[in-house]
Design a protein around this ligand. Structure first.
Ligand SMILES: [Fe+2]
Ligand SMILES: [Fe+2]
Length: 211
């Protein structure tokens, strides 16, 4: 099973249970917020350009959309948020290490880090969201995903193209990072599958004689 099929399979399971789906929405909200925080900490640490502000507005908006959907559906916790954070940080730290191998001024490195992390994370998001949209039975979630996918598509291409151009100019390559991201994401998927496994009644309850 390739990563695309494994993603679809995991989402199929999550979307089969409204409680799990609500918890997954809370997880997605937190990851979107991590994306926004990455922008605040890098290219928006000082007053940013209109393009950066638009990207920031989109990501904060996505965190809000998913957070509100989760709350409306009664989510009490996120679904295996920890592994999601591990995936994001693995990518972010690998990007940092790669950019720190070059000898550019600090502000240019910050831009390369923002572009690198964004390109990798958003590429994954845009493979997950359409699969999520295809599997959810919840019309409100489908409508929200339509908006999120539209906005992600609007900022992803220009950012990815700029990332490729500026990384190449700096003598850096994404090759190893794509593979690293996929490995980290596969681990998150495995953790999500385990966290959303069907709940089997314990033997005692199942075999307890009726009174
Ligand atoms: Fe987003
Ligand atoms: Fe995005």
């Amino acid at each position: 099973m390739d990563i695309h099929q494994a993603t679809g399979h995991t989402l199929e399971r999550i979307c089969s249970d409204p409680e799990l789906e609500a918890a997954w929405l809370a997880t997605v909200a937190r990851l979107e917020y991590m994306g926004a925080r990455k922008i605040f900490r890098t290219v928006a640490a000082r007053y940013p350009s209109p393009d950066v502000l638009e990207h920031l507005a989109h990501e904060v908006g996505h965190a809000h959309i998913f957070s509100a959907l989760a709350a409306e559906r009664g989510a009490t916790s996120a679904l295996d948020e920890t592994s999601g954070v591990v995936w994001f940080q693995a990518v972010d730290q690998a990007v940092e290490r790669t950019v720190d191998t070059c000898t550019l001024p600090a502000d240019q490195k910050l831009t390369l880090k923002y572009l690198g992390t964004t390109a990798l994370i958003e590429r994954r998001a845009m493979s997950v969201y359409p699969l999520f949209r295809a599997r959810t039975q919840d019309a409100g979630v489908r409508d929200a995903l339509d908006r999120v996918i539209r906005e992600e598509a609007a900022h992803r291409r220009p950012i990815e193209q700029e990332a490729m151009r500026r990384w190449t100019d700096a003598g850096l390559s994404f090759e190893a990072l794509f593979a690293l991201e996929e490995r980290a994401f596969a681990q998150w998927l495995a953790a999500l599958m385990a966290a959303s496994a069907p709940r089997i009644p314990c033997a005692e309850t199942a075999t307890a004689p009726s009174a």
